[in-house]
Design a protein around this ligand. Structure first.
Ligand code: MLT
Length: 312
């Protein structure tokens, strides 16, 4: 029958390298999470886990590639809060943004930071807002496209200031960061996994973190709430996915490996350096991930509808 070969392949799994698709450019925050996770999972699975960057269109191209991949456990996806916003942001997609995937487990929740080019003429959030109000036509905001975390945080930031800004989209905030450091774009709202080292090195300026308490690795950076933006709170959860139809036994194996990886001391240390930590083990399961994601889609839908920025 059909069950026997499926079982045999589940027992042999994985017999060759696994690819994790990252739907943003190399060197950025999603890439960083996926590479650290892939190394640790690879040790547990006894196979290498390689990252393939499929950036563009706010993370939808890489998600589409995954949804359309063979559901054999050898193509996975690391994606973030965009999985919750894309179903509302995009009216037309070439894949099903919810039912196209099996959830494997949540990975981490990453704080964001409001940052600017180093020589911006403001030294705290109130001064930055005043500057933006004065020079709104000259100041632009980098992001990684409609559906990116930087896009969502940027929307909330513009709403909080009540000032619409010109946005400059990139294939990921890795390349956007290069331009922020070079000073060719002005502002960005980006994850601590991408900004912490630049903030510490002084190559960019930090104005706020977007969590309700300060981030241990950036003790001098106030929260947006402290700095005068009440209610400004957003963090970026990441999850691991497989294409819909992947054998549940393989998904279970991957979820177990994800849990092992999230206990890895090296991964925990590196996450901490970058302002984050793994989710509790009970969230690194297919069911907990699915439940969180479903609720999160519903949570962001009215926010996005109120902002009125959609993509086709
Ligand atoms: C990235 O990996 O480039 C980011 O997660 C982009 C973003 O969502 O802002």
């Amino acid at each position: 029958g059909l069950a026997a070969p499926a079982l045999a392949s589940a027992q042999a799994y994985p017999s060759r390298p696994i690819t994790i698709i990252v739907p943003f450019a190399a060197g950025g925050p999603t890439d960083t999470v996926a590479r650290l996770l892939g190394e640790a999972m690879g040790r547990d699975l006894g196979q290498s886990v390689v990252v393939e960057n499929v950036g563009g269109a706010g993370g939808t191209l890489g998600a589409q590639r995954t949804a359309q991949a063979r559901p054999d456990g050898y193509t996975l996806l690391v994606h973030h809060i965009g999985m919750s916003t894309i179903p509302t942001l995009y009216r037309r997609l070439a894949y099903d943004p919810i039912n196209g995937f099996e959830t494997v487990g949540m990975i981490t929740e990453v704080p964001m930071t409001i940052v600017a080019k180093r020589n911006i003429a403001a030294n705290n959030l109130a001064e930055l807002v005043a500057l933006v109000r004065r020079e709104r036509d000259k100041i632009n905001l980098a992001n990684a496209g409609v559906g990116a975390a930087s896009h969502l945080c940027g929307l909330l930031f513009q709403q909080a200031m009540n000032v619409p800004l010109t946005t400059v989209p990139y294939r990921g905030t890795g390349p956007a960061m290069n331009d922020l450091v070079a000073g060719t774009v002005d502002l960005m709202c980006d994850q601590t996994t991408n900004t912490t080292e630049h903030i510490r090195a002084g190559t960019i300026k930090a104005f706020a973190v977007t969590t309700n308490s300060r981030v241990a690795s950036l003790p001098d950076v106030p929260t947006a709430i402290e700095a005068g933006m009440p209610g400004f709170e957003v963090s970026v959860w990441h999850g691991l996915y497989a294409p819909r139809g992947t054998n549940p036994e393989l998904v279970t194996r991957l979820s177990r490996s994800l849990q092992v990886a999230l206990r890895d001391p090296g991964l925990i240390r590196r996450f901490a350096d970058l302002g984050t930590e793994p989710v509790p083990q009970e969230k690194a399961t297919p069911a907990a991930h699915r439940a969180f994601w479903t609720a999160d889609v519903a949570r962001w839908r009215p926010v996005i509808q109120a902002a009125g920025q959609f993509a086709d």
